[in-house]
Ligand binder design. Structure first.
Ligand SMILES: *Cc1c(COP(=O)(O)O)cnc(C)c1O
Length: 376
C-alpha cells in the first residue's frame, strides 16, 4: 500500500463515539419535543422505550435502570440472592459482574472460561456447594455463552440464573435473544456497548410478572404512588433523555449488528492463513454475536499491539489481569494457577477494532499489517 493509500485508511480507531451520532438532528428533534412535556422522571418516554426494547429482545417485561451495574444488582436481588449466598460466575469479565454480586452481599465463586472466552459450563457442577443460590453467566464481549446448558444445570440444582447480557443486546442463540433464558437478566447501554446512549443506562428484563412489578417499585423508592410506600427501595431510574436516545438507536440495531458481523467475517477469513500465530474463536452456527469486542488470541501479543499502534491501528486488551488476581479479590481464596485457561488468555487476548465505523478498506490495511508482523 502506498503512503497515500495508508493516509486514507488511518487511523483505525478503537473509539468511535464521535461518529456514532452523526445524524444528531433527528435525536435533537426528539429531545426538543420531550423537553416541553416536563416528563423528567420515568413517564411515557421511558415506558415507551421499555415496551419497544422488550419487543426487540422478545421478553415480557423490560425495566429501565440508571446503569448496567444497577440492572445486575436489581436482577440479583429480584432473583432472591441474599447475603451469604454463593453465586457462580467467571473471572474474565468486566469488574461490574463481580461488583454486583458483592453489592448484594453474596460471595462470587469463579469457574474457568472455555476457548470461546465464555463460561466453561463443564466446570459449573464442581463449583456448586450447599450455599450456591445462583449463576451469573456472562455473554462476554457480545458473544453468547452456552446459556442453554447453563439453564439445564441450574434447573437440575434449583439455582437462579441472572444473565449478564450487558454487552450483548441483540446476540442470539438459535434465533432467540440472550437475556431471555435466565430468570431475570441485565443489559447495559454504556457508551461502549453496541446499543449506547449519551451517558449511562441499563435495562433489567424478565418474563415473570411478579418480579417485574417488584423491579418497577424497587427502582423508584418502593413508591406505589406519590403518597404510598410499599417497601424500602432506591432510586435506580433510567433517565428519559437516555430512553429517547436508545429508542431511536434501537431502530438501526439490526443494521449495526450486520455491519459488525461483516467486519468480523472479513477479519476471521483474512487471518485464517496465520492460524499458527493469531486466531479467532470458533463461531458455532447457532450463535449470533454482536461483537461488542472483536477478540482474538495472538502470540507475541504485546509486540503485535505496539507494531499496530505504530501504524495507527488502535487495539486494546480486555483484560490483562483476570479478576481473581486483583487486589479486590484477595479474600476469595484464589491465586495464580486457579483458572489456567483464563490466565493464559489474559496474556494472549487482543481486541481489534471491528465496530460499525471501521471500513472494509481499513480492515484490509489491518490484515496487511498483521501479516507483515508475523511474516517479517
Ligand atoms: C458493561 C458491562 C457491565 C456494566 O455495565 P454499566 O452500564 O457500565 O454499569 C457489566 N457486565 C459486563 C459484562 C459489561 O460488559
Amino acid at each position: 500500500m502506498t503512503d497515500n493509500n495508508t493516509a486514507a485508511v488511518t487511523p483505525v480507531r478503537y473509539a468511535y463515539l464521535d461518529q456514532q451520532f452523526s445524524d444528531v438532528d433527528a435525536y435533537f428533534d426528539d429531545l426538543r419535543q420531550w423537553v416541553s412535556t416536563g416528563e423528567f422522571t420515568i413517564g411515557p418516554y421511558v415506558e415507551a422505550f421499555e415496551s419497544k426494547f422488550a419487543e426487540y429482545i422478545g421478553v415480557k417485561h423490560a425495566v429501565g435502570t440508571n446503569t448496567g451495574t444497577g440492572a445486575l444488582i436489581l436482577a440479583l436481588r429480584a432473583a432472591g440472592i441474599r447475603p451469604g449466598d454463593e453465586v457462580i460466575t467467571v473471572p474474565n469479565t468486566f469488574v461490574a459482574t463481580v461488583g454486583a454480586i458483592v453489592a448484594v452481599g453474596a460471595k462470587p465463586v469463579f469457574v474457568d472460561c472455555d476457548d470461546r472466552y465464555q463460561i466453561d459450563v463443564d466446570h459449573i457442577p464442581a463449583a456448586i456447594t450447599s450455599r450456591t443460590r445462583g449463576i451469573v453467566p456472562v455473554h462476554w464481549a457480545g458473544c453468547p455463552c452456552d446459556i442453554e446448558r447453563v439453564m439445564d444445570i441450574a434447573s437440575e440444582h434449583q439455582l437462579k440464573v441472572v444473565e449478564d447480557a450487558c454487552p450483548a443486546v441483540g446476540a442470539k442463540v438459535g434465533g432467540r435473544c440472550v437475556g431471555t433464558f435466565g430468570h431475570v437478566n441485565a443489559f447495559s447501554m454504556h457508551p461502549l456497548k453496541p446499543l449506547n446512549v449519551w451517558g449511562d443506562g441499563g435495562i433489567v428484563v424478565t418474563n415473570d410478572d411478579e418480579i417485574a412489578a417488584w423491579l418497577r417499585l424497587y427502582r423508584n423508592h418502593g413508591l406505589v404512588d406519590r403518597d404510598h410506600v410499599a417497601f424500602w427501595g432506591i432510586n435506580e431510574r433510567l433517565q428519559p433523555v437516555q430512553a429517547i436516545v436508545a429508542s431511536r438507536l434501537l431502530d438501526s440495531m439490526e443494521t449495526l449488528i450486520s455491519r459488525r458481523n461483516e467486519n468480523a467475517r472479513q477479519l476471521d477469513e483474512g487471518l485464517r492463513d496465520l492460524a499458527d500465530y493469531i486466531s479467532p474463536p470458533e463461531r458455532p452456527e447457532a450463535y449470533r454475536e454482536v461483537y461488542q469486542l472483536y477478540l482474538v488470541r495472538a502470540t507475541r501479543r504485546d509486540e503485535l499491539m505496539a507494531y499496530l499502534a505504530a501504524r495507527e491501528i488502535e487495539c486494546r486488551v480486555h483484560y490483562p489481569i483476570p479478576l481473581h488476581l486483583q487486589d479486590a479479590a484477595k479474600d476469595f481464596g484464589y491465586g495464580i494457577g486457579s483458572f489456567p485457561e483464563c490466565e493464559q488468555q489474559a496474556s494472549e487476548i487482543l481486541t481489534i477494532p471491528a465496530h460499525q465505523h471501521v471500513t472494509p478498506q481499513q480492515l484490509d490495511y489491518v490484515l496487511e499489517c498483521v501479516h507483515a508482523f508475523y511474516r517479517k
